[in-house]
Every structure is written in structure tokens, then in C-alpha cells.
Design a protein around this ligand. Structure first.
Ligand code: GDP
Length: 194
């Protein structure tokens, strides 16, 4: 898709703070620090539209971005950050479930996993929850620039075994080298009319 315009819209915690339902939405989920902001920036050719951070657990809001007045990207708070209380974890779960389960314009979910590591239990839990709830899911294995070709191949096999998906299911991606960017757009266009 040719990006003519992309901008940050709003950060929300509660549904009444979401922007009006106007365009199809694609949500991004994944562990804190996995690279959600980075993939959003990469897809829309911006450096800093979505905030990226070296500090995991920073984004505890749902962030909405407009793309071409045609589509919205929705960055959901990352999971798996150890230094949060039980209450915060429950709050996180409520926040993302109420978005995912009730948002009418939601067309699909991009789940990011870190290709350097075996999917965590939370990655696995999230992936099966999405499938159980019948969401179209795009699985993106990111930070591939940190691995050799050989390692990519090896780790991809581990990811696919752990998540029980075929070998060609995850899209290998890197925000640094833009590997996989076109493939992600192509798959997104299978989910929304763009
Ligand atoms: P978020 O918490 O999921 O939104 O993650 P961010 O996009 O803020 O990224 C967290 C950190 O990982 C930052 O330091 C990014 O520069 C880095 N990062 C994100 N994507 C990539 C990638 O594809 N390759 C490499 N090498 N680093 C990445």
C-alpha cells in the first residue's frame, strides 16, 4: 500500500476513550519490547510515529494510529513484563480482551514473536486464545537481522513446532533491514480492503 499519510491518533485505556469506529482496524500484540512500535513505524515508513523504547513495559495504553484515512493500526499493551503486580496483569488482560472481543472494526491481529527465542508460555497462550476466538492471525517473527540464515531456519522450526503451525506460516521480519515488510502488507491486504 502506498502510504500517503500516517499519524498517531490517541491512547486509550477504556472503551469510551477509543476513537469513533470509522475504518477497519488491525491490532498488534506481543511481549513487551518485542518490536510492536517498530513494525508499525516500518509499515508506514516513519521513524518515530509509534514510540519505540528500550524499556519493556512502558506502553500500558491502547494506541491508535491512522493510515491514509483508510485503515487503523492499534498497538495493544505488551505482555510478559516481569516487574508488574498481579493487579496490573489483570488490568492488562481486561484492557486487551475488552478491545479484542468487542471492537467491531477489528479485522485481524498481528502477533509478534521474537525469532531469537523459543515462544514463551505467554506467546503460546496468546496465540491459542486468538485462534480459539477465531481471529484471523498473522504471525510475525521479528528481529531476524540479529540472526544468521542458519539460525533463522533453525529457530523458525522451533517456533513452528511450539505453536503447531506450518513452516511457511510465520513471516520473517526485521524492522532494521525491512525484511518481510512487503509480505506483511500483502497478508494485511488479505484481511482488509486496502
Ligand atoms: P514494543 O515494546 O513491542 O513496542 O517494542 P519497540 O518497537 O519499542 O522495540 C523494542 C526494542 O527492540 C527497541 O530498542 C527497538 O529498537 C528494538 N527492535 C525492534 N524491532 C527490531 C528489529 O527488527 N531488529 C532489531 N535489531 N531491533 C529491533
Amino acid at each position: 500500500m502506498k502510504i500517503k499519510q500516517a499519524e498517531y491518533l490517541i491512547s486509550a485505556v477504556k472503551p469510551h476513550q477509543y476513537p469513533p469506529e470509522m475504518y477497519p482496524e488491525i491490532a498488534f500484540v506481543g511481549r513487551s519490547n518485542v518490536g510492536k512500535s517498530s513494525i508499525i513505524n516500518t509499515l508506514v515508513n516513519r521513524k518515530n510515529m509509534a514510540r519505540t523504547s528500550g524499556k519493556p513495559g512502558k506502553t500500558q495504553t491502547i494506541n491508535f494510529y491512522d493510515v491514509n484515512n483508510q485503515l487503523r493500526f492499534v498497538d495493544l499493551p505488551g505482555y510478559g513484563f516481569a516487574k508488574v503486580s498481579k493487579e496490573q496483569k489483570i488490568g492488562w488482560k481486561k484492557m486487551i480482551e475488552s478491545y479484542l472481543l468487542n471492537r467491531t472494526p477489528l479485522q485481524g491481529v498481528v502477533q509478534l514473536i521474537d525469532l531469537r527465542h523459543k515462544p514463551t508460555e505467554e506467546d503460546q497462550g496468546m496465540f491459542s486464545w486468538l485462534l480459539e476466538n477465531n481471529f484471523p492471525v498473522l504471525l510475525v517473527a521479528t528481529k531476524s537481522d540479529k540472526l544468521s540464515k542458519n539460525q533463522i531456519h533453525k529457530n523458525l522450526k522451533i517456533v513452528c513446532d511450539v505453536l503447531s503451525v506450518p513452516k511457511d506460516y510465520p513471516i520473517v521480519f526485521s524492522a532494521n533491514t525491512k525484511t518481510g515488510k512487503e509480505e506483511v502488507w500483502e497478508s494485511l491486504s488479505g484481511l482488509v480492503e486496502i
